[in-house]
Design a protein around this ligand. Structure first.
Ligand SMILES: [Fe+2]
Length: 260
């Protein structure tokens, strides 16, 4: 089967990229299942019910999250009520939602795990131990296992890759919004890329208007508003070819769509 994983959808421009580019990429690559990180889909901060429905109706099958999953209060209910909306599982269990789902796709049981790194990120439980526990909990329940590891540090994402190779079909990194050129299949059959990139405005500083983000670096203050930029809107992600009988990946390729 072919699974597409889409880099962080940023604000209205990112949602537009999904609307205008996803269907074409899905048919071009014969994609069966689409996962997208949507923690920045609501103006850069969080996710709402309406936005989730818009993304689902435009071809996304499951949404993952990250440190911004909590930014919109109404998004908390969504995390509790929709099993296809995930947040990193290694946040304390007192929070709404979950970081694991097993959903059917044309007779194949697809598991998606969402975890968050701890290097330069909010304090959470250990993502490595959490991954081990989650994989044990779905033993024999899933044919294909996809992991969104939301983190800042390339070293931590690679470490998780080597930790999970042979046990999952694919591990992709999200959060930094800058695509990395290291997509490959690990020796144990796990497709890997350190960062998917961003589905949103690329004439920006990771999605935010250049002058607003630059101002924080120039003046060292955090009282500037952050709003989504609007130029050079692209969808970025990967398509992973997976043998659903073994759960091993055959290939991973980068895909990109540009809004005209
Ligand atoms: Fe993030």
């Amino acid at each position: 089967m072919k699974c597409m994983m889409i880099g962080d959808i940023f604000g209205r421009p990112g949602r537009r990229a999904v609307r205008e580019c996803l269907a074409g990429l899905v048919s071009e690559h014969g994609v069966d299942f689409v996962v997208a990180n949507a923690e920045n889909a609501a103006a850069g901060f969080g996710l709402t019910e309406d936005i989730a429905q818009d993304l689902f109706s435009n071809g996304v099958d499951l949404l993952t999250g990250g440190n911004h999953s909590w930014d919109k209060r109404q998004g908390h209910d969504l995390l509790d009520n929709n099993e296809r909306v995930l947040r990193p599982h290694n946040y304390p269990a007192s929070n709404p939602g979950s970081g694991i789902a097993v959903v059917p796709c044309d007779g194949v049981k697809v598991a998606v795990l969402n975890l968050q790194g701890r290097v330069f990120m909010p304090l959470t439980h250990c993502p490595f131990a959490t991954a081990d526990r989650l994989l044990e909990s779905i033993q024999d329940e899933a044919d294909v296992i996809l992991v969104d590891f939301h983190g800042e540090a390339t070293s931590e994402k690679l470490a998780m890759g080597w930790h999970l190779d042979g046990r999952v079909s694919a591990l992709v990194g999200t959060h930094t919004h800058v695509p990395t050129a290291d997509a490959r299949v690990f020796p144990g059959g796990m497709a890997y890329v350190t960062d998917l990139g961003m589905t949103g405005p690329h004439e920006s500083i990771i999605g935010v208007k250049i002058e607003q983000s630059l101002s924080r670096f120039l003046h060292g203050r955090s009282d500037t508003r952050f709003e989504p930029a609007s130029g050079d809107v692209r969808l970025q992600g990967v398509v992973i070819d997976i043998d659903e009988t073994s759960g091993k990946a055959r290939d991973i390729v980068r895909v990109e769509g540009c809004v005209q």
